[in-house]
Design a protein around this ligand. Structure first.
Ligand code: IMP
Length: 250
């Protein structure tokens, strides 16, 4: 397949633009000022990330659960832990434990990143830090594309991985993983999502993650899969808590 055929997808999908715009507008707002979902008050759960786009994705995915996400505003002023773990799991656990010692609610933390086979699994756990502290998502995308310049399509295989950890009062209660296979596109495509989405080409849908609607991405993404497992666990956890005689307020 030629590069042209792969990038033509964006034009094909122009009809979907308004939906993507709504998503991006919300993602740019500070979480505390986003419209609250008009729904029942549930058990509070802290989503331990200061990345507004990620917090938004996680909150959206948790909408259909008995939980109310109380994310950014609670942890905004708290010191973030250093993410120096060697694995996504180590970092997710570290974040979940760290915030669970500072707040009362259940804490859900995720750590995620992109592994590129032709770069020996890089950027991996360094995905958010690639290019240094002042690099933007666009800088990181450019950096990856330059490193991959001479790599042919067959060897551009990559995957997003996500690990989610749930903790409460300094104890890890559960962890879940999810991954999705794709290829690094030759050039950015699409403007939704965040991070490496514009160059992560998902072959079954023949488009990058950044060309998908939020719902399409959640359906197949590493985070969507890990969170689906976490949500199942949370529902059971909630049910157990509300059983008579469980003796806990959660
Ligand atoms: P962390 O999990 O907050 O340490 O950051 C993970 C980094 O991996 C993000 O800042 C992105 O650069 C990248 N990443 C993780 N998940 C995604 C995704 O769904 N789309 C695009 N980039 C992602």
């Amino acid at each position: 397949m030629t590069r042209d055929r792969r990038t033509r997808k964006t034009d094909d999908r122009r009809g979907r633009k308004p939906k993507q715009k709504d998503h991006r507008r919300d993602a740019r707002r500070p979480a505390a000022t986003r419209p609250k979902t008009p729904k029942r008050a549930g058990l509070p759960i802290v989503v331990a990330t200061k990345n507004p786009a990620k917090a938004h994705e996680l909150a959206k995915l948790l909408e259909e659960t008995p939980f109310t996400v109380v994310g950014a505003e609670l942890i905004a002023d708290l010191q973030a832990p250093v993410e120096d773990g060697a694995t996504f799991r180590a970092n997710a656990v570290k974040k979940a434990l760290h915030y669970s010692r500072l707040v009362d609610s259940l804490v859900l933390a995720d750590d995620s990143g992109l592994e590129i086979d032709a770069l020996d699994g890089q950027p991996g756990v360094r995905s958010a830090r690639l290019g240094g502290p002042s690099a933007t998502d666009a800088d990181r995308v450019r950096l990856i594309l330059s490193k991959m310049e001479s790599v042919p399509w067959e060897r551009r295989t990559a995957r997003f991985r996500c690990e989610i950890a749930i903790a409460q009062r300094g104890e890890v209660l559960a962890s879940f993983d999810g991954s999705v296979e794709g290829r690094i596109a030759f050039e950015p495509e699409g403007s939704a999502g965040f991070g490496y989405d514009p160059i992560f080409f998902y072959e079954p849908m023949r488009m990058t993650f950044a060309a998908m609607t939020a719902e399409e991405k959640h359906h197949v993404s590493h985070r969507g899969k890990a969170l689906e497992r976490a949500v199942d666990w949370l529902k059971h956890w909630c049910a157990r808590k509300s059983e008579p005689g469980s003796g806990s307020s959660g």
